[in-house]
Design a protein around this ligand. Structure first.
Ligand SMILES: Nc1ncnc2c1ncn2[C@@H]1O[C@H](COP(=O)(O)OP(=O)(O)OP(=O)(O)O)[C@@H](O)[C@H]1O
Ligand SMILES: [Mg+2]
Length: 327
């Protein structure tokens, strides 16, 4: 805003108005100075407030960073501890399994010799049947120990695949033959459905057989008399190899489907109480499928049945010509 110079004031205004005009100007200036002072005070107060807020934000930030660092250190230490404990457990299991298997093999071998009366007849029939019981129990215990050893090996990353060209149809036939008697005694029918011209796959024959035996033995254990078990193998539309064992058994409650794939988890029911088992079959099948680069899916409905599907990746599927020249 432009101001009139004093000369013009004195020139344009009458002489007697000048002091009043000056007094007015002085009051206005004083008012402006006070307003300016008040604005400056307010600005200073706000700056101080801002400074304090900034300071406390910085402190909170530093505390937060410190807490994140501490928490990360605690979590890393806990993870290392858990890993070390898991490794120690797996090592312990692997050693113990070895220690247990050696005498167990002697028990199985000698009881078999006695049962078959290889060294001469036994005078008392009861002794022969005891020898048979010792032999059967020994074999069962060996199965449990072998499963434990396998779980320990897989957890310790020490399980290896021995890969070869596998005829899955033949593996299914072998597994169903091995459990034929068990299925017959349980009053169950076992059917096999193989896609025509089923290709061979590249995999570990023994471990694929182990998967099938575990799934079949579950299906036999958990299906009522006159039930049906179906083992099938086919290629999916996307070219993956699909192996499935389905039964018309008791089924698994939906909330327990994930849990039973973890070691030592069993569904509490009359069946699991009246059957042998330690809850290692399904986790082993899952781990063995994953070692092949595949996966396992369990579908089940209470009272209707269960279907466990093992999918193996396309890269394991062999063209028939390829399989012929490799085998
Ligand atoms: N086909 C099935 N039908 C119904 N329940 C099943 C079936 N398969 C598994 N289960 C349930 O899942 C549990 C875990 O199965 P898993 O094969 O791991 O152990 P298990 O058969 O009890 O013992 P193991 O296999 O070590 O001899 C079983 O105890 C049972 O409760
Ligand atoms: Mg089982």
């Amino acid at each position: 805003m432009s101001r009139q110079p004093p000369e013009s004031l004195s020139r344009d205004l009458p002489h007697e108005c000048l002091p009043a005009r000056i007094a007015l100007l002085e009051r206005r200036i004083a008012r402006e100075i006070r307003a300016r002072q008040a604005a400056e005070d307010l600005l200073e107060a706000k700056s101080l407030e801002l400074y304090n807020a900034n300071q406390s934000l910085r402190e909170t930030n530093t505390n937060l960073e410190q807490r994140v660092i501490e928490r990360t250190q605690q979590l890393t230490a806990a993870r290392d501890e858990a890993l070390a404990a898991s490794r120690a457990k797996s090592g312990f299991l692997a050693n113990m399994s070895h220690e247990l298997r050696t005498p167990l093999n002697a028990i199985i071998g000698f009881s078999e010799t006695m049962r078959l009366e290889v060294m001469g007849p036994m005078a008392n029939d009861l002794y022969r049947s005891y020898a048979g019981n010792i032999h059967d129990s020994g074999r069962h215990l060996l199965g449990v120990i072998n499963d434990l050893l396998d779980v320990a090996k897989i957890e310790a990353g020490r399980m290896e695949l021995h890969e070869e060209v596998c005829d899955v149809g033949a593996i299914i036939a072998e597994a169903t033959r091995l459990l034929e008697n068990q299925a017959l005694q349980a009053g169950l029918a076992v059917a096999t459905q193989l896609q025509s011209r089923l290709p061979h796959i590249q995999g570990d024959r023994g471990k694929l057989r182990q998967i099938l035996l575990n799934l079949l033995s579950n299906a036999i254990k958990f299906t009522h008399r006159e039930g049906m078990i179906t083992v099938s193998a086919r290629l999916s539309a996307s070219g993956t190899f699909v192996l499935a064992v389905a039964d018309t058994g008791i089924g698994i409650p939906a909330r327990q489907i994930d849990a039973v794939m973890e070691p030592f988890v069993q569904v509490e029911n009359v069946f699991s109480r009246s059957h042998n088992g330690s809850g290692l079959g399904l986790p082993l099948c899952k781990a063995l499928a994953e070692m092949h680069g595949g996966f396992m899916v369990l579908e089940s409905e209470i009272g209707k049945g269960t279907c466990v599907t093992i999918s193996l990746p396309r890269r394991r599927v062999m063209e028939r010509d390829e399989a012929n020249s490799a085998s």
